[in-house]
Ligand binder design. Structure first.
Ligand code: SF4
Length: 395
């Protein structure tokens, strides 16, 4: 348990992120913790790098909506202070706190308080002795050995409230380290690609590492380490778990067609507008934005709700059933309004609501579908067919 959040042992996989404020800035840090929580973080880490940070934690912890982890690097005294401040978990980097008596003092204190510790091995700050032992290279074996050595110190004081991470910025290295670690320990694992960098490449790297391991059944809690607003980290973590079906959907899953020669609207813009309109609404539905009425409603028939463009108007559909026709500039507001209605009342009620408009909506969709087919043919991307249509229109 990290505070009231279970980690490991079959519990839902959790999302973590870290504040980038000075922890001594209590109000600023709390503001960020609230923003991270709203974006999907279950647990938030704050640095405890100076005495003022520990004092900040003492004020932050009682007001935080989620459990707080104190990040400790070089000074074990900060770990003891963070425990005194009431944090729900510590993160220790074995590469940076190396004196066994210091590690054991922290573990003994954490044990008395029932507070868990994450052993946070980092490929970039490995114990120099291990680095040497493995030929001057960071290897998966060296990272796993670093974690196991730390566990040994904890064992000596009979402390086992442990979770472990073996992060690296190199994705294959990180994946292999976690694979090896999962073979030798049952402790919960915290996954991450450290220093993944700015989006979009950072998101891609973090996803490649974390998703590969999750798909293998490895991992209990995750963090995206991005050079970006930490809110993005929480959002990405949450989105990854939702896309894997590992966490219940909290926000809209927006699907959109890639657009093609048949599109009757700027699909990118409508999708972007929809993404922004749904961003802060907690609507756990799959919503589709499709560029044409010829293929859109059929291809997105599994979506809870969607809209397809046709002849300067939008065709709204619910689970593949056409329910309304609206002017093109009302496509996004209409989607949002009906999605809110479904959230409150359910799909069946929404279909009932459309009883009066359903037949007309179906007729209008068929009309625009035929019009599109007549104008663009049955393969809008077939150049020969398009040339024929052009010739026809000139004659
Ligand atoms: S056929 Fe229609 S729905 Fe499919 S990609 Fe093209 S515009 Fe989008």
């Amino acid at each position: 348990m990290v505070g009231d959040v279970p980690v490991g042992g079959g519990a839902p996989i959790t999302v973590q992120s870290m504040t980038i404020t000075k922890t001594a800035d209590v109000e600023g840090t709390l503001q960020q913790i609230y923003a991270l929580t709203a974006a999907g973080a279950d647990i938030v880490r704050c640095t405890c790098n100076e005495p003022e940070a520990a004092e900040g934690l003492a004020r932050i912890v009682p007001r935080s909506p989620v459990p707080i982890v104190a990040d400790i690097h070089h000074q074990y005294l900060r770990a003891l202070e963070a425990l005194e401040a009431g944090v729900h978990c510590l993160r220790l980097n074995p590469g940076n706190i190396r004196k066994p008596e210091h590690i054991k003092a922290v573990a003994a204190e954490a044990k008395d308080r029932g507070v868990p510790i994450r052993i946070g091995v980092n490929g970039g700050s490995l114990d120099p002795a291990l680095y040497e032992k493995y030929g001057g290279r960071v290897t998966p074996e060296a990272m796993v050995e670093s974690a196991l050595r730390e566990i040994e110190y904890f064992d000596q004081v009979d402390f086992d409230l442990i979770k472990i991470s073996v992060k690296a910025s190199n994705v294959p290295l990180m994946i292999e380290a976690y694979r090896q670690l999962s073979e030798v320990t049952d402790h919960p694992l915290h996954l991450g690609v450290t220093e993944a960098g700015p989006p979009p490449q950072g998101i891609l790297k973090a996803t490649a590492g974390i998703a590969t391991l999750l798909a293998e059944g490895i991992g209990d809690t995750i963090r995206y380490s991005l050079t970006s607003d930490p809110v993005d980290e929480a959002r990405m973590g949450r989105a990854l778990l939702e896309s894997f079906g590992l966490r219940e959907r909290k926000n809209v899953d927006l699907i959109a067609c890639p657009s093609c020669g048949r599109a009757e609207v700027d699909v990118y813009k409508i999708a972007q507008d929809a993404q922004e309109a749904f961003a802060d609404r907690e609507i756990p539905l799959q919503v589709a934005v499709m560029g044409c009425v010829v293929n859109g409603p059929g291809e997105a028939r599994d979506a809870d709700i969607g809209i397809a463009a046709g002849n300067k108007r939008g065709h709204l559909f619910i689970r593949g059933t056409n329910v309304a026709v609206v002017p093109e500039d009302e496509m996004v507001p209409t989607l949002v309004e009906w999605a809110e209605y479904i959230k409150e009342n359910g799909i069946d009620a929404a279909l009932d609501r459309a009883t009066a408009t359903r037949d007309e909506a179906r007729r209008a969709a068929e009309e625009d579908r035929q019009r599109n087919l007549n104008e663009l043919g049955d393969d809008a991307n077939d150049s020969e067919q398009v040339v024929e249509l052009l010739k026809k229109s000139r004659s």
